[in-house]
Design a protein around this ligand. Structure first.
Ligand SMILES: Cc1cc2nc3c(=O)[nH]c(=O)nc-3n(C[C@H](O)[C@H](O)[C@H](O)COP(=O)(O)OP(=O)(O)OC[C@H]3O[C@@H](n4cnc5c(N)ncnc54)[C@H](O)[C@@H]3O)c2cc1C
Ligand code: FES
Length: 366
């Protein structure tokens, strides 16, 4: 018995010493004190060291894109660290080419602020702002996809290019103790400066989509930041091919508003893939755009529509439609949004039709 008591005592003492050592380490080793962050040799701020660079930048009201909420999986939160970044981490290297690594590109969510830093961030990213808004309406487009309108309430106006995205902040809610950001493409007209619309699909056990689909109601306050992204309509005379599935219609809808507002005469076709007719999000609006945009065609294509439903449109996958309808030898640009799998196979089909790679633009939602 005495031996057991003695062993318990020794184990408890060791555990106590380890806990004390950890606390001291946190206090003295992990205490980096105040660190100065200088951006583009211009803007500077002092922050408490120890947080990730991404969240320290947020404190400075600088919002880098971060579709995965800082998990190191989306690769969007990049910036150039000229001084003070420490060695590159194994979690960062897969996201960069050899040239980018030599150019000091880093993932800001993986780098901790431990000393003074010098950063270089593209000016357009410095224009991203945080907006406070209220939910103006929520409309069920399908069983799993909602169209939401957010009216900006803090007196600011949002400037964005049709096709860009914002990051929506879901606050803590029962089942999710932490605030979390996710990327959503703006689906409304860029001419509207005091509100944005988003089209958000439900992802099972997804943190933000569960918040949006199960906890958010009309009149609730919400915040978002942005705009971000280089998915927008290029200024050229090329024919426009648009391809989307599901919620990928969101940025295309915004671009179609732009084409309508500017009465663009470029020939444009939108191939929209869905399973059945009831999954055709915003279909009425798309048919309306055919009347209000000079040379626009909407071509929905259904993969699981019952044979006897009376559907007279295309059947199959969007990639089948590219194969069927896209002409070779015409100057074309493609704009696509959807899952990485769809994008990969659509890029393959477009290349077969000799659409140059540099004229294929896309945002992957997965
Ligand atoms: C530039 C950009 C624009 C985007 N625009 C839109 C948009 O307009 N509308 C929209 O609905 N979404 C859009 N997304 C996707 C969006 O950012 C989220 O990834 C998605 O809503 C899931 O977030 P979540 O927090 O609910 O799920 P998470 O908590 O991030 O994920 C939970 C689990 O679901 C998996 N998962 C994540 N997304 C999907 C998915 N789409 N299908 C199946 N499994 C998934 C994850 O791997 C994880 O295992 C966009 C993404 C990017 C990068
Ligand atoms: S926020 Fe996604 S990788 Fe950094």
């Amino acid at each position: 018995m005495a031996v057991i008591l003695q062993t318990v005592f020794i184990m408890s003492a060791i555990a106590g010493i380890l806990a004390l050592a950890l606390t001291l380490a946190n206090l003295y080793i992990a205490n980096y004190g105040e660190c100065k962050i200088v951006i583009n040799n211009d803007k500077e701020m002092v922050v408490d060291g120890g947080s990730t660079l991404l969240s320290s930048l947020n404190e400075m009201e600088i919002y880098l894109p971060s579709a995965c909420g800082g998990k190191g999986t989306c690769g969007l939160c990049t910036c150039k660290i000229l001084e003070g970044g420490g060695p590159i981490l194994p979690t960062e290297t897969p996201f960069f080419t050899k040239e980018e690594l030599e150019d000091n590109m880093r993932l800001s969510c993986q780098v901790k602020v431990k000393q003074d830093m010098q950063l270089s961030i593209p000016e357009d990213l410095l224009n991203a702002k945080k907006y406070e808004a209220v939910v103006d309406f929520i409309k069920d487009e399908t069983d799993t996809i909602k169209l939401l309108r957010f009216k900006i309430t803090d007196g600011q106006e949002i400037e964005f290019k049709a096709g860009q995205y914002v990051q929506l902040l879901a606050p803590p809610y029962p089942g999710n103790p932490e605030s979390v950001y996710r990327a959503y493409s703006v689906a409304s007209s860029a001419q509207e400066k005091d509100a944005i619309e988003l089209i958000i699909g439900y992802v099972e056990e997804g943190l933000v989509t569960t918040y949006v689909h199960q906890h958010l109601s009309k009149g609730d306050e919400i915040s978002f930041n942005g705009p971000f992204g280089d998915f927008y309509l290029r200024d050229s005379d090329c024919e426009i091919i648009m391809v989307a599935i599901g919620t990928g219609i969101a940025p295309i809808r915004s671009i179609l508003y732009q084409m309508k507002d500017q009465q663009l005469e470029r020939k444009a076709t939108f191939f929209f893939g869905a399973r059945t007719q009831k999954d055709l999000v915003c279909a009425d609006e798309m048919y309306e755009f055919e009347k209000t945009i000079p040379n626009f065609n909407f071509r929905p294509v259904l993969s699981r529509e019952p044979e006897d439903s009376g559907w007279k449109g295309d059947r199959g996958r969007v990639t089948d439609s590219i194969e069927k309808y896209i002409e070779e030898g015409v100057e074309q640009e493609a704009y696509m949004c959807g899952s990485p799998v769809m994008i990969e196979s659509a890029v393959g089909e477009l290349k077969k039709k000799k659409v140059p790679e540099e004229k294929i633009f896309y945002d992957e939602f997965g």
